[in-house]
Ligand binder design. Structure first.
Ligand code: ES4
Ligand code: ZN
Length: 326
């Protein structure tokens, strides 16, 4: 449609993308063979058939199992290059990508292997597509704060190439306050701070992410809308929300894309952005997220321009680079 063409031509930044969540079934099966790793699936079709989730934990169990095929620096580079190829095709000119080092270090893959492989992929993508990128190291919130501290210590030699830290994995039962000290330590090192909050967790977790962690950007944040005072606070402070419509649908955060609150967020003055989260698992890259939610909610071209502009203003690019993208 005309709107799809308009979306494709909009320059965008992607601010919520788990690189391990861009592992397509084809690459999963190929890397399993290349690395001699056993998979619980016999074919690409069986992998895809396993992708029916009713909540975040259902998904995470499969996502962590899939990541087990990633072993070498080349694997991480290939994974990143494949993502940037898809992103560039969708008009993404800048991406801030999450990685989960503990998922790999806990099974014996060195932090250096993961990080250097991703940095290789980022350099290749910039050379190939002109796409710029930043890395955000996520702590797994189902593990304890001491494990997050150990990861931050391991990251020390790469901190000049890591823009910030985030918080992901199982939200309910693992509130932001569990990571107060490690986020303070990351802030003291000059890192930007983001956290998943209000995806499945209550609005109180968003308040903690703001007040206890001091986040610079909010990942998801959907359930903030249940609290009008919190919504007003997020709006007046200019907080960027990295919203992920197809993820919300697949993980049953919304029952139907027709009920997605993306336009309600914009009308409330929230600085919302559209992102793909784990595109290989949720059925689409960032362009498909824009198209699907635009169709389901009847978004206008003005709304789409606002969403794309928000992706730059909410990025961790310097002010001059942001201005150059607006
Ligand atoms: C995630 Cl959708 C989502 N939520 C929380 N943690 C995650 N890790 C990867 N995708
Ligand atoms: Zn996420």
């Amino acid at each position: 449609s005309d709107l799809d063409t308009f979306i494709a031509g909009l320059p965008k930044a992607e601010l919520h993308l788990h690189i391990e969540g861009s592992l397509e079934p084809e690459m999963m099966v190929a890397l399993a063979a290349r690395n001699g790793v056993a998979l619980p699936y016999a074919s690409v079709e069986e992998v895809r058939a396993a992708y029916a989730f009713s909540n975040l934990q259902d998904f995470l169990d499969i996502y962590y199992a899939g990541a087990a095929v990633l072993l070498t620096r080349e694997d991480f580079r290939d994974l990143a290059v494949a993502y940037f190829d898809r992103a560039a095709a969708d008009g993404v000119v800048h991406a801030e990508i999450f990685f989960d080092p503990q998922t790999h270090t806990d099974r014996g893959v060195a932090f250096a292997t993961v990080t250097e492989g991703l940095l290789d992929g980022m350099a290749a993508a910039e050379a190939k597509h002109g796409i710029t990128a930043k890395l955000i190291l996520c702590f797994l919130r189902h593990l304890d704060e001491e494990a997050a501290f150990a990861t931050l210590r391991e990251a020390e030699p790469w901190l000049d190439r890591i823009a910030g830290v985030g918080l992901d994995s199982s939200e309910v039962g693992h509130p932001p306050e569990k990571f107060a000290r490690v986020f303070a330590a990351a802030r003291a090192k000059g890192l930007k701070l983001v956290a998943h909050a209000g995806e499945e967790g209550p609005p109180e977790y968003v308040v903690q992410a703001l007040d206890v962690l001091g986040i610079d950007r909010l990942d998801h944040g959907n359930r903030s809308l249940e609290d009008p005072a919190l919504t007003a606070r997020l709006a007046s402070s200019g907080m960027t929300l990295t919203v992920c419509p197809l993820s919300n649908l697949k993980l049953c955060v919304v029952d139907d894309l027709a009920d997605h609150p993306i336009d309600a967020m914009l009308r409330s003055g929230l600085r919302a952005t559209i992102n793909s989260d784990d595109p290989a698992y949720f059925g689409g890259y960032v362009g498909e997220n824009y198209r699907a939610v635009a169709a389901a909610r009847g978004l206008s071209r003005d709304d789409l321009v606002t969403l794309a502009r928000n992706s730059f203003t909410g990025s961790f690019l310097d002010a001059a680079s942001i201005a150059a993208h607006l």
